[in-house]
Write a protein of this length. Structure first.
Length: 185
């Protein structure tokens, strides 16, 4: 495919969703033109190196404000000109400095608008609803507040927390992959 769409992936930790994107979409539907992390010790760095994907490490602790950090991230991303930026476990709340310049999507482990922010899997397991799941949404400066692109549900009945957590994490990758294809097509 000569016209592969260019994407950027941002991560902060293990990079399991980043790894899934590399294994399923990179070089097929799209090309990961850059991986960027705010954590110099992120395990996902190894994934980028093994796949020969350009890597940007910008330690968020080195910046006095979120806006200053976001400005550097935007500047670095724009050098690669991605058509879409994927937040795959990127543990930062982004400011309008980022959200107004970069078209991006995020994976969230609950059925938004329920359980925005941290500990969403735990909160959704404990709530009164019979189903939980994951959402992929556009990134805005409102935490987990952008338009939902797609959601995947799972039934909670009969699952202990560990089994529920595992199921949510397994559908995350599928949801993210589908949403990337939908947004790019």
């Amino acid at each position: 495919m000569a016209n592969r769409k260019k994407i950027a992936v941002l991560f902060s930790g293990k990079g399991s969703n980043f790894s899934h994107i590399v294994n399923t979409l990179h070089q097929q539907e799209c090309e990961v033109v850059v991986a960027l992390t705010n954590n110099p010790n992120a395990e996902g760095i190894k994934i980028a190196k093994e796949a020969s994907i350009p890597l940007e490490i910008i330690d968020s602790k080195a910046y006095k404000s979120r806006e200053a950090f976001d400005a550097v991230v935007v500047e670095r991303l724009q050098k690669y000109n991605p058509e879409l930026t994927i937040l795959a476990g990127f543990m930062r709340i982004l400011t309008p400095t980022f959200t107004e310049q970069i078209k991006s999507i995020n994976l969230h482990p609950s059925l938004l608008p329920r359980h925005k922010g941290l500990h969403a899997i735990e909160k959704s397991y404990e709530d009164e609803h019979t189903h939980g799941g994951v959402s992929v949404h556009y990134v805005t400066s409102e935490l987990d507040g952008g338009e939902v692109i797609l959601q995947k549900e799972i039934a909670k009945e009969g699952l202990d927390f560990e089994a529920y957590d595992e199921k949510v994490r397994s559908i995350e990758k599928e949801a993210l992959e589908e949403a990337i294809v939908v947004v790019l097509s």
